[in-house]
Design a protein around this ligand. Structure first.
Ligand code: MG
Length: 382
């Protein structure tokens, strides 16, 4: 019998009863499903709370009105759940993946990550997706019976969106799809695109409010321009603030609806009978239509040129990179300056340079923007 309120899953959805389980076997929870339990562990993690003080585009202390990685992650989860529910896919799983997808991000967004990767060049590099997995598999230490959060395979599969083939080979079954160029389950594919939808839209909003983008510039982007024309035609008197919100909510509606409709078409075409059929595909099943994909990519490129590389953002980005580089070099020379959990293993007699560099990278990656700035100032005074 179907329990009231419990949605029926499509045969190609991830299903915990046939899932690949956890690395450390655990008895089932009494009142929650396994993916709900994953989500709850993610919400209770330290790394999740710190997302509140990490940058998406703007450095956290530059203004309280902009997205942080926490609000970004919540928006990703909202979009992903809508898509998953519409396609009878596993909603708790997409939520868990969405909330965890940015846990490995360094302070200062991509600037921080690029610099940390450069610093780690001779020590295996730094990839934020792999770091998100490291956070949930190893770095969070809060349960008596196992290291990390001991999440299910399907949640971990979704967290690891991208991975170099070299690193993937060391991850066993979880990394295999990057070597064989196969796909993850549909829930992971949805979370991936929900991420892109969320940032495209909220960065337009943040960019406009920061005064770095103008309405005139954006009207030239089809995705924005179409909605602009429709809203202005219907509400000619609307003030700019509400105009922008109304456009953005319609833009999100437009791409999300397209994603659902087109993915439904794709499912009809490929007829997967199970999650394994989905994983065997060479290309993702969850996709926009060609037209919307084009518009979505156009907007992404526009933001790349005009927001992420805006002079004002760049000044901040350059400063952030310096902060990360100097922190890295300083901790490598003086590991005792790190917090005890990190300084102790890094100062141990048998700790080689690469091991030490990984500990330093873990420490820096875990910092919030403002902690990194405060720590940088503290060390500069010494
Ligand atoms: Mg993201």
């Amino acid at each position: 019998m179907v329990t009231a309120g419990k949605p029926t899953l499509a045969p190609f959805a991830a299903d915990e009863s046939s899932g690949k389980g956890r690395v450390y076997a655990e008895p089932p929870a009494q009142y929650r499903g396994e993916y709900q339990r994953d989500r709850d562990r993610i919400i209770h993690s330290t790394a999740f709370r710190r997302l509140m003080y990490k940058t998406q585009v703007f450095v956290n202390h530059e203004g309280d009105l902009y997205r942080t990685r926490l609000t970004h992650s919540l928006e990703v989860a909202q979009i992903a759940r809508t898509v998953a529910a519409a396609l009878q896919l596993n909603e708790p799983l997409v939520e868990a993946i969405s909330l965890a997808h940015d846990l490995g991000h360094t302070p200062f967004g991509h600037a921080g990550q690029d610099m940390l990767n450069a610093c780690m060049q001779d020590h295996g590099g730094f990839e934020h997706n792999l770091q998100s997995l490291r956070v949930v598999d190893e770095l969070e230490q809060r349960y008596a019976d196992f290291p990390g959060l001991n999440l299910t395979f399907e949640t971990r599969e979704g967290i690891l969106k991208h991975c170099s083939a070299r690193n993937a080979r060391e991850l066993g079954e979880l990394g295999r799809r990057f070597v064989e160029r196969r796909q993850p389950g549909l829930e992971a594919q949805i979370a991936d695109l929900a991420d892109a939808i969320a940032y495209n839209n909220h960065d337009v909003d943040d960019g406009l409010r920061a005064g770095l983008l103008t309405l005139d510039q954006l009207r030239e982007q089809t995705l924005f321009g179409d909605q602009y024309d429709a809203v202005v035609a219907r509400y000619p008197e609307l003030d700019d603030r509400r105009l922008i919100y109304e456009i953005i909510r319609r833009m999100i509606g437009r791409v999300v609806t397209d994603l659902i409709d087109n993915t439904r078409r794709q499912l009809g075409e490929f007829q997967p009978r199970s999650i394994e059929d989905v994983r065997q595909q060479a290309k993702p099943i969850v996709r926009f239509s060609d037209g919307v994909f084009e518009q979505h990519s156009q907007l992404k490129q526009f933001l790349n040129r005009n927001l992420y590389r805006h002079d004002k953002v760049r000044v901040m980005t350059d400063r952030s990179k310096e902060t990360v580089r100097e922190l890295f070099e300083r901790y490598m020379r003086e590991p005792a300056e790190m917090a005890a959990d990190f300084s102790q293993p890094a100062s141990a007699g048998d700790c080689n340079e690469s091991r030490k560099a990984r500990i330093v990278a873990d420490y820096i990656a875990g910092m919030t923007d403002r902690f990194a700035i405060a720590e940088h100032e503290r060390l500069a005074r010494r």
